[in-house]
Design a protein around this ligand. Structure first.
Ligand SMILES: Nc1ncnc2c1ncn2[C@@H]1O[C@H](COP(=O)(O)OP(=O)(O)O)[C@@H](O)[C@H]1O
Ligand SMILES: [Mg+2]
Length: 337
């Protein structure tokens, strides 16, 4: 979907911001550009929508070279969300969301209904917020409007540059959780720039770690953690390693041998009708353990899919044991392979 081939950007003052970068972002994935401040993330992102032109190398979007496409036309296909949102202060929330649809000459009715739909999607009541001006909204609400605006004309690609950077930790956490489930539903190709490793692990399918404009490694969060390509990658995650490991390992990873046999539920209660108690196998250990901490009397039960009887019951420490086993297994596999 988005392909960089040995892309280099040298600014007029001689700064090499991006150095021979190559990667391929697949359709429908959430791809994270991570690394410390100044490593070239924003420059890379801006080359996708041609806010910055590469010095050399080629960038293909949807199979055709980006430089052969009209920049305006290209940007309509690509939603863009930035940290300080950039909402137009004199426009209402609805008018802000309508920016691109207006350019595309959508009729009023279509714009109104799309804007209502989007506000609902990002968790803002349309009746309350449509006519409000941006400055009357909290930072978190403005960020939601920014996201709605980027999604308005249903572009297949969304670029996000530190979208949650300016929010307080609690709002950030909340929005991140919502955006994470939103991403899973909308099936877009998303490129997320962040210096926050936790954010990148929670939201991204694959990551590209940059240092000084150079690509250090591309892979899933687990691959970067457990199979670091070099010392830089290893040390980049070192201070948060334990938490990141819990964030990258899912229940299905540690329950491999049980696959297909059963379904996971919180227990007690084990009542069939309480669908809420079902635990998805793709949940991360971090989130499961966090929830378990708040429900100390309860275990995870694995229920036989057909017979509805308990096959196994796992407590907090059982999960940690299996997590250790899983890591040992991975390490062995890495040494063997
Ligand atoms: N317009 C510019 N002119 C000169 N240097 C720039 C410009 N924009 C960014 N840089 C430099 O390029 C490098 C990468 O910047 P940037 O892509 O913004 O990094 P990041 O987003 O990872 O913090 C930095 O050294 C930065 O100072
Ligand atoms: Mg930046």
């Amino acid at each position: 979907m988005i392909q960089f081939q040995t892309v280099t950007k040298i600014f007029k003052d001689g700064t090499t911001a991006v150095d021979e970068l190559s990667f391929h972002i697949r359709e429908g994935e959430t791809f994270g550009l991570i690394g410390t401040s100044g490593c070239g993330k924003t420059t890379t992102l801006k080359m996708i929508n041609r806010l910055v032109e590469p010095t050399s190398g080629t960038i293909q979007i949807n199979g055709s070279e980006s430089t052969s496409q009209d920049p305006e036309e290209l940007r309509r296909q690509i939603g863009y969300v930035i940290q300080d949102v950039g909402l137009f202060p004199h426009y209402s929330v609805q008018q802000n969301i309508a920016t691109v649809p207006k350019l595309l000459h959508w009729d009023e009715r279509r714009i109104a209904s799309r804007s209502e739909e989007l506000l609902q999607m990002v968790g803002l009541d349309p009746e309350t917020y449509s006519e409000r001006k941006p400055q009357s909204l909290s930072g978190g609400q403005q960020q939601r409007v920014g996201l709605a605006r980027a999604l308005a004309a249903n572009p297949p690609i969304i670029l996000m540059d530190e979208p949650f950077g300016a929010l307080d930790p609690i709002t950030k956490r909340q929005i991140r959780a919502e955006v994470s489930s939103l991403f899973k539903h909308i099936n877009k190709t998303i490129v997320l720039v962040t210096h926050d490793v936790f954010e990148s692990f929670e939201l991204c399918d694959r990551l590209c770690l940059l240092d000084d404009g150079k690509m250090q490694q591309i892979g899933t969060p687990q691959e970067l953690l457990f199979e670091p390509a070099n010392n830089f990658v290893d040390s980049f995650f070192a201070s948060n390693r334990f938490q990141l490991e819990l964030l990258s390992v899912t229940l299905s990873d540690i329950l491999e041998q049980k696959n297909g046999e059963g379904e996971l539920y919180w227990s007690p209660p084990l009542k069939e009708e309480q669908e809420d108690d079902e635990v998805k196998p793709n949940r991360t250990l971090y989130h499961i353990l966090e929830e378990m901490e708040q429900r100390p009397q309860e275990n995870l039960a694995i229920i036989h899919r057909v017979e509805k009887r308990v096959i196994d019951s796992l407590g907090f420490s059982d999960l940690l044991d299996r997590f250790q086993q899983y890591k040992r297994k991975r390490k062995r596999r890495e040494q063997d392979g």
